[in-house]
Design a protein around this ligand. Structure first.
Ligand code: F6P
Length: 747
């Protein structure tokens, strides 16, 4: 009904528009016709009376001439007439002849110049407006055997034209309205009949489960989609917001409280020796750790990781385990020790010089060495073995993380065929042409397909992965289930966009924004009214730190009012510094910051403050809170949790996020100012906009993004994967039971 009303309203508006345009056209056209008509008529009248006119004219019989004009003006449409001599003097005129059409004024239109011969004399006409309405004035030469005597002026009343115009318009509108109404009724009736027919047919198909083969794929897709949406909605309705408790409850309810084992290269707590001889615990700068640590605290279990801290060995028990978090001890880290050669080949070499640039479009050339590949294979086996030592059942739940362990899912499955292995890939997945660069691409794909569920941040990455399998492996793509089937086993390939715990624990311990700002200005010797920008990254070429600093330079170039006022603080955690490309990047970022400071620095003012060291999360949160703007400029990024952390830190609903379009986060945080980091004009303009955005607009954007993060938090991320895993397990158990049953029956 509402749709029909909307359609009718649109129709009325369209009709009004068409009628308005139509009446203007009618007016102009009928006007032109009538004018032409009147001037022809005037000529006819004069030519009919020419003989008599010429006779009286020649004899200068003015009273006869006047009588003749009066007779002509008897016509109901001719208001007045005048006879003008060849020298433009008035010979005679009727009683009501209007003064403004004097012979002297009209004469030059009839006779162009004083010595114009007879053939140059011409009839002339125009429309003029008098207080009583429009009139048509015609001046027509009177010739006596080719000899011009003068001209006659006839003034026609045009009010009849207006009357006829109005009548024509009324008829036209009526006809038009009838036509439009008929067309609308026919359209509505036809559309309703077609819709009813179509939906009846669809309903019939859905009810009867038709055997028509062309409908089967679409039917399966629709049913599957509807089931999934209903299940997700139901699970959200049942449980409300996702919290650590709800995640734990999901684990207990659907997975019977099974122990969760995480395999990730980076450990969540690193023990380091300090210069003073003590041991400190550090939180590494890692999106993976930021996301997964709260999940582990909620679920308990074991996190298997590389023991990379200088004091790690001193803090573990005989099984290389340590309970964390310090003071809370809710789960275990199982450390795996690597020799320097192993670390070089597996971590720096294959993982970070090969796979990392392969998966990121950031203009770094992937390097693949066979020695690195051997280490990668061996280390994957060692970690897979460590996982198998930590599980306490035949069918454990193992969460394998990231590109360091592409081979581990298959290796774990070989030892534990009934395990539920969920692999999450934290970085983008390349398209198949790019993946083809890697000499061991097939082994990587085979290794990953050992997982039961394979998760990526976006559907785009899933599509790229499935396309790669299609291109390089003998496997069947099951689009209905969103999976890949190989050797009779299915691996689901699905998007699970990662997120943060909510609220982030550092939020409650960080002072309010005003205090953070005051302390920071004091520490960095910034004036209290300074405008502050912040960037937080590992020093990695994919993060676009160079492009970010160049955007700041461009801002100061284009908007001189920010010189001396705007300071951009870049927290840069040194990362993978053994690799040459990272060393170069480190140097170039430092040189760039120095150049910009040199160019725009004045007195104690430096536009760029580059802090190249590791910052613990509570410190990072102080910077987030103190800033007016946070700029995330990744050239390519799976998700980017810095963007989400900045939002999480801003309980005051202030501050603006400028975000690269090449991050997974840009698909979710749409209220950020989204930019192409390569486009310095656009990025600098966005920074300028961010610095002038009203507090109301900042609040509206922040509020909306915070609401999104509160709902789509990391507990939901993990909960969804575990729920999918639970469904898979029960399906596998049922089909396993059925197979056993059939085998027993056959014996
Ligand atoms: O983003 C990819 C990733 O492995 C993350 O998972 C992690 O946050 C980050 O890189 C840290 O890298 P690394 O462990 O090499 O310091």
């Amino acid at each position: 009904m509402r749709r029909a009303v909307r359609f009718l309203m649109a129709l009325v508006v369209a009709l009004a528009l068409v009628a308005w345009v139509g009446s203007a056209i009618v007016h102009r056209t009928t006007r032109a016709w009538f004018e032409k008509d009147v001037s022809l008529r005037a000529q006819l009248v004069v030519s009919g009376a020419r003989q008599a006119l010429a006779t009286h004219w020649r004899k200068e019989q003015r009273s006869e001439l006047q009588g003749l004009l009066a007779e002509i003006a008897h016509d109901e449409r001719i208001m007045a007439a005048a006879a003008c001599a060849a020298d433009f003097t008035t010979l005679t005129r009727t009683k009501d002849y209007p003064d403004q059409f004097g012979c002297a004024d009209l004469g030059p239109h009839v006779r162009p110049s004083a010595d114009s011969p007879a053939e140059e004399w011409k009839a002339w006409g125009t429309v003029a407006t008098l207080p009583g309405g429009d009139v048509h004035v015609s001046a027509i030469p009177v010739l006596d055997a080719e000899h011009p005597l003068g001209f006659v002026v006839l003034v026609h009343d045009l009010s009849f034209v207006q009357r006829r115009e109005a009548t024509t318009q009324r008829f036209m509108l009526l006809a038009f309205g009838l036509l439009a109404a008929t067309a609308a009724i026919v359209t509505i009736v036809t559309a309703r009949l077609a819709w009813r027919g179509w939906s009846d047919e669809l309903r019939g198909i859905l009810r009867s489960g038709t055997k028509r083969p062309e409908f089967q794929p679409i039917l399966r897709d629709v049913r599957d989609l509807v089931d999934r949406i209903v299940a997700e909605k139901q699970s959200d309705r049942d449980g409300g917001a996702w919290t650590p408790q709800r995640l734990k409850h999901t684990l207990n309810r659907y997975l019977h409280g099974e122990k969760v084992v995480i395999l990730a290269n980076r450990e969540p707590y690193v023990h380091e020796h300090t210069k003073s001889g003590t041991i400190e615990v550090l939180h590494p700068a890692s999106g993976l750790v930021t996301a997964l640590e709260p999940v582990m605290r909620a679920c308990s279990g074991v996190w298997v990781a590389h023991g990379s801290g200088s004091a790690d060995k001193q803090t573990v028990d005989k099984q290389s385990r340590v309970a964390v978090p310090p003071g809370e001890e809710s789960y275990l880290i199982r450390r795996v020790w690597l020799s320097p050669e192993e670390e070089k080949g597996y971590y720096y070499g294959f993982s970070n010089e090969g796979l990392w640039p392969l998966c990121h479009i950031a203009h770094a050339r992937p390097i693949f060495r066979s020695e690195d590949w051997k280490h990668y294979q061996a280390v994957n086996q060692r970690f897979a073995d460590a996982v198998c030592e930590e599980v306490d059942s035949e069918d454990p739940i193992v969460l394998v993380q990231d590109y360091h362990f592409a081979l581990a899912p298959r290796l774990i499955r070989e030892r534990l065929p009934r395990a539920t292995v969920i692999m999450f890939w934290h970085i983008p997945w390349p398209n198949s042409a790019r993946l083809g660069i890697c000499p061991w691409r097939n082994a990587l794909l085979e290794g990953m397909l050992g997982a039961s569920i394979l998760g990526f941040h976006t559907q785009f990455d899933c599509n790229n992965f499935v396309e790669s399998v299609d291109r390089f492996l003998e496997a069947r793509i099951d689009r209905e289930q969103q999976g890949v089937v190989q050797h009779g086993r299915t691996t689901l390939v699905r998007p699970y966009p990662i997120s943060l715990e909510w609220p982030v624990r550092w939020s409650s311990t960080t002072p309010p924004a005003a205090e953070c700002r005051r302390a920071l200005c004091e520490e960095l010797e910034l004036p209290p009214n300074a405008l502050i920008g912040v960037g937080v990254d590992r020093l990695d070429y994919t993060k676009g730190v160079e492009e970010r600093l160049l955007a700041v330079e461009c801002l100061l170039d284009r908007y001189p009012e920010y010189r001396g006022r705007f300071t951009f603080i870049q927290l840069a955690a040194p990362s993978r510094t053994v690799i040459e490309r990272y060393q170069q990047y480190n140097d170039s970022v430092e040189k760039l910051a120095a150049r910009i400071n040199e160019r725009f620095g004045e007195g104690s003012y430096r536009p760029i403050v580059l802090l190249r060291r590791h910052h613990e999360p509570p410190v990072v949160f102080r910077y987030y809170r103190a800033a007016d703007v946070c700029y995330v400029s990744s050239l390519h990024d799976g998700m980017n949790l810095v963007a989400k952390e900045f939002i999480a830190a801003r309980e005051d609903e202030r501050g603006v996020l400028v975000l690269s379009q090449f991050t997974g986060a840009a698909r979710e945080l749409t209220e950020a100012l989204i930019v192409n980091p390569y486009d310095l004009g656009e990025a600098s303009a966005a920074l300028a906009t961010a610095l002038t955005l009203s507090t109301e607009e900042q609040r509206d954007r922040m509020r909306s993004m915070r609401a999104f993060l509160a709902e789509f938090n990391v507990y939901r991320w993990a909960g969804r994967m575990l729920a999918d895993a639970a469904r898979l397990r029960s399906r596998d158990r049922l089909t396993g039971r059925l197979t056993d049953h059939l085998a027993a029956a056959a014996r």
